[in-house]
Write a protein of this length. Structure first.
Length: 94
């Protein structure tokens, strides 16, 4: 945030303070999103997290590891629940 605020102040010649404030806000937002993404990946087990596993232990509900598949031939994962996408009632089609 300080770096991006300083960058906005140095290069925002006609209106230095508004440019610095905007750059600092953008920098803070980006930093927060990067930290959130990294932490979420580590805690969910998608990134390297041996330090956390050693400290807290592994959660019993681990993500299912799937092999790399060809993106040209996707397979259905069945992520939609019955409450959001009910099964089709074929009897209504007369």
């Amino acid at each position: 945030t300080a770096g991006s605020g300083g960058y906005g102040y140095v290069f925002g010649k006609p209106v230095r303070m508004p440019t610095a404030s905007t750059a600092a806000t953008i920098g803070l937002t980006f930093a927060g999103l990067v930290v959130l993404q990294d932490t979420r990946g580590r805690l969910m087990g998608y990134k390297e997290n041996t330090k956390e596993v050693k400290l807290y232990g592994a959660h019993p509900n681990q993500p299912e590891l799937r092999g790399v598949q060809d993106p040209r031939f996707p397979t259905a994962t069945g992520r939609a629940s019955v409450s959001t996408k009910p099964p089709l009632d074929w009897k209504n089609y007369d």
